[in-house]
Design a protein around this ligand. Structure first.
Ligand code: 5GP
Length: 122
């Protein structure tokens, strides 16, 4: 699937659509999900054009990958998520119901998330 530069997260990165920012650096932007599925639900996106985790892992330069995952950790730390723990999840493609084709990690936290993925934690 080719990258669509007009996807919603690309527009957030360009400042065309507002977001509730948690953390930003040269590699990544983290912001609260518009429809949270846990008390804390944050999305972390790389600043480069990658369709999915699969695309990012296959094609991103090492510096972009390291920078992105450091930013994920910084976003989590800025919210104090390490104290009680959190879940990082990425949907890839149709069977995972990926809605936005710009790579993102979901960070879920703020309650006991159970041993597996559940809906309706809010
Ligand atoms: P996916 O299903 O692609 O893994 O997740 C996409 C996520 O993006 C969903 O959890 C959805 O609520 C979130 N989302 C979609 N549009 C927006 C938006 O305009 N702003 C924010 N903050 N989140 C969005």
């Amino acid at each position: 699937m080719p990258y669509d530069p007009n996807n919603i997260f690309a527009r957030i990165l360009r400042g065309e659509i507002p977001c509730n920012k948690v953390y930003e650096d040269e590699y990544a932007l983290a912001f609260h999900d518009i429809a949270p599925q846990a008390p804390i639900h944050v999305l972390v996106i790389p600043k480069g054009e990658y369709v999915s985790f699969d695309d990012f892992s296959r094609t991103a330069p090492a510096e972009a990958m390291t920078g992105f995952y450091r930013a994920v950790q910084q976003a989590a730390e800025s919210l104090g998520l390490q104290t009680d723990g959190y879940r990082a999840l990425s949907n890839i493609g149709r069977h995972a119901h990926q809605e936005v084709a710009h790579y993102h990690l979901h960070l879920f936290a703020g309650c006991d998330l159970g041993s597996m993925i559940k809906k309706g934690l809010v």
